[in-house]
Structure formats: structure tokens, C-alpha cells
Design a protein around this ligand. Structure first.
Ligand SMILES: [Zn+2]
Length: 377
């Protein structure tokens, strides 16, 4: 790997990139070649401005950002990103014997405060996959994921004849927290078993109404298989196609045009070696599915998607602490997720800023037009 001091690579963007990144994106095409662009000092490479731009920006232009002092912020945009996994939420932890997978509403509220104060900011799974990370300089991106569509995660209640989000649900708590701290982010992906039908989330409204309201807040849905299938017991490719494709098909029947793009493995179980390709892509009864990330159950922060060693077919997640604290849960990890180890943002989603020497960890084929900038730490 070439070792440049303060060199920026600029990749050409395909015209469709910016707005269509979420649908049917092709992998980096062969005609994209890196062009080194020299920059000086600690300045960010500036985009060329047209010469006739008036001095006073028009209202449609984005406000000019203050340049970030890398020596102060110390961005590391190849560092790790925690993807937190939640299951059940209850009012009173004494009501459950489950030590690992159940959180109380009050503990969840406290957790949001802790994460916010420690500089974590939520991003969506879509943006994690695309490495489209837009959190302020110095902040650390984090993904929330919720498995099994349990009622404590999200439910609706009827208020004056209208369906509203139950304040006694994880989503209700997040909405309230977001009013106080809108910069924390209102994001998260819910991995669903569509065979549960109206048992998904429960409460008021139809499943369609629940999903529509959930998505209207910007939350996402993911595939958790038809019947919570243990993929380690899969016998054939066709069987996997059915477990994933039937779930996908039911989602599309309920919400026309909606697609899953990420799978969380039930029980964290991988399919047997020869059948793994069917976990990523397949077809069932004419419905195609494509899982761009496949989520594990444990037990560590994830590499970002542009890391050379990132494996989209087995992405680590961290279990939120349950009734008791255990090794490798989020409480265990928080003090270990140091500034040196984790992804620290430079505040600009279009640049990948890393300490000098770390650029060798970046998969340059995945930059999608983003600029790499290195700095001396
Ligand atoms: Zn599950």
C-alpha cells in the first residue's frame, strides 16, 4: 500500500449515486479510478466552486461549515461502530425470569442519556451499509436493532380516535427523548417474523397501520425469517429461499414496494457452509430478496462497511444489558469502546478522515465518491 502524507483520493461518482444509493446499487464499476489530489496543511480539500457564485448564499445552498481541526477532533472514520441488539422491554423487571434479553423502560431511558452524553449518535442500517455517516464532528455513530417485533419495542394506542405511538414502548421513549435531544437521532431497525402477523408488536391498529406508523418516523424493518428459523438446521437452498422469501413476500403484500435489505440471524445461527449464498440472495415464488448485511447475535462492535476486513455476511452486534450485567453486553463494552478504537466522525459525510497510516484499512472500491483524507495524529 502506498504511503502518502496528507493525500486525498477523489473518486468519481456515478451520476445516480447520491439519491439512489438505497435501491439496487451496483458494486463499484471498473471505470472508477482514484485520482490523488494534493492538499496542504490540515485544510480540508475544498470542492471547486463555480466562479459566478454570489457572495451571499442563496437560501437553497447549504450553510458553510467551519473547517474541522483534526488535531482537536481526532477523527477516525475507519474505527468500529457498535450495533446494539434489543429484544424485550417491560415496565417491571421482576415480572420476568429472563436475565439477558429483557430491559426495563426506565433502564432504557437511562441508557439513552448515557449514550447521548458519551457522544453516540444514531444512524440507520441503510446509512451503515452505505457508509453514509452524517453525525457531528467528534461524535460516534451507533445503530439500534430490535429483534422479534415484541410489544415493548413498539405499539400503538388509540387516543381520541387516533392511533398514536404508545409512550410505554421503546419507540415511544425514543420519540420523547428526541424532543429533548433531536441531535441524538431517531433511528433503528426492527427485524420481523412476518408469520407472527398481528402478534408483531401487538396493541391497537392492524399490522399494516403499525408498520406504516413505525416507518413514518424513519425507522426501518429487516428480515428475521418466516417462523424464526434456525438456519444451522437448513437442509437445502430451497428451504432457505422459503424461510427468507416468504417473509419478504408477506412484507410486500402488506406494504407495497417495501423491501428488506438486512437479515438478523435467529439464534445467531449461520446456514451450513455450502448453503450460505442463499442467505444473501434468492427467490421464492417470484419474490427476490437481497440481504446486504447479515447480523450475528454477538458480541463486539462492528467494523464499518468500508473496512477491508468487513464481512457483510456476519456482522457483529452487542446485546443490550438485560436484568443482570454480563460479559460482552453493552455495559461491559461501553468503557472498552475508547476513542482510539471507535469511529470518530469528522462531521462531513462526504469525506473519510483517518489518522495517517490507517488508509490501508479502507476498501477503496466502496468509497462511492467519498474523499479520503489523512492527517498526522
Ligand atoms: Zn429472534
Amino acid at each position: 500500500m502506498r504511503n502518502f502524507r496528507l493525500v486525498a483520493f477523489v473518486l468519481l461518482v456515478s451520476a445516480l449515486f447520491t439519491l439512489s444509493a438505497c435501491k439496487n446499487r451496483e458494486k463499484g464499476s471498473a471505470d472508477i479510478t482514484p485520482t490523488p489530489v494534493a492538499s496542504s496543511g490540515n485544510n480540508i480539500t475544498q470542492k471547486p466552486e463555480p466562479t459566478d457564485v454570489p457572495e451571499v448564499p442563496t437560501p437553497t445552498e447549504a450553510p458553510v461549515k467551519e473547517p474541522v481541526d483534526y488535531s482537536v477532533v481526532q477523527p477516525n472514520e475507519i474505527g468500529e461502530i457498535p450495533i446494539v441488539m434489543f429484544h424485550n422491554f417491560v415496565e417491571d423487571l421482576n415480572s420476568t425470569t429472563d436475565n439477558q434479553y429483557t430491559t426495563s423502560f426506565s433502564a432504557f431511558e437511562e441508557l439513552l442519556e448515557t449514550l447521548y452524553n458519551e457522544g453516540y449518535r444514531l444512524i440507520s442500517m441503510r446509512d451503515f451499509i452505505d457508509h453514509n455517516i452524517d453525525v457531528p464532528a467528534g461524535m460516534k455513530p451507533m445503530v439500534f436493532s430490535f429483534d422479534d417485533g415484541t410489544p415493548g419495542q413498539f405499539s400503538l394506542i388509540e387516543q381520541n380516535g387516533k392511533l398514536v405511538v404508545n409512550p410505554k414502548s421503546a419507540v415511544g421513549i425514543m420519540i420523547k427523548f428526541n424532543e429533548k435531544h433531536p441531535d441524538f437521532g431517531l433511528k433503528g431497525i426492527f427485524y420481523l417474523n412476518m408469520d407472527k402477523e398481528d402478534k408483531t408488536f401487538e396493541g391497537a391498529g392492524t399490522l399494516k397501520e403499525r408498520l406504516e406508523i413505525l416507518l413514518s418516523y424513519g425507522f426501518e424493518v429487516g428480515n428475521h425469517s418466516w417462523g424464526h428459523f434456525d438456519f444451522s438446521t437448513a437442509q437445502s437452498r430451497q428451504q432457505i429461499n422459503e424461510k427468507l422469501g416468504r417473509n419478504e413476500k408477506r412484507l410486500r403484500e402488506i406494504l407495497d414496494g417495501e423491501k428488506f435489505y438486512s437479515l438478523a440471524l435467529p439464534f445467531g445461527s449461520k446456514a451450513p457452509e455450502g448453503l450460505r449464498d442463499a442467505m444473501v440472495k434468492g427467490t421464492f415464488e417470484g419474490v427476490e430478496y437481497h440481504n446486504e448485511t447479515i447480523m450475528a447475535v454477538g458480541a463486539q462492535p462492528s467494523m464499518p462497511s468500508i473496512h477491508v476486513n468487513f464481512n457483510p455476511e456476519y456482522v457483529g452486534r452487542i446485546r443490550a444489558q438485560g436484568k443482570v450485567q454480563e460479559n460482552y453486553d453493552l455495559t461491559f463494552w461501553l468503557p472498552k469502546m475508547t476513542k482510539e478504537r471507535m469511529y470518530i466522525s469528522d462531521g462531513d459525510p462526504d469525506t473519510i478522515v483517518v489518522p495517517e497510516g490507517m488508509e490501508s484499512k479502507i476498501n477503496m472500491d466502496k468509497l462511492n465518491g467519498k474523499t479520503v483524507i489523512t492527517y498526522k495524529k
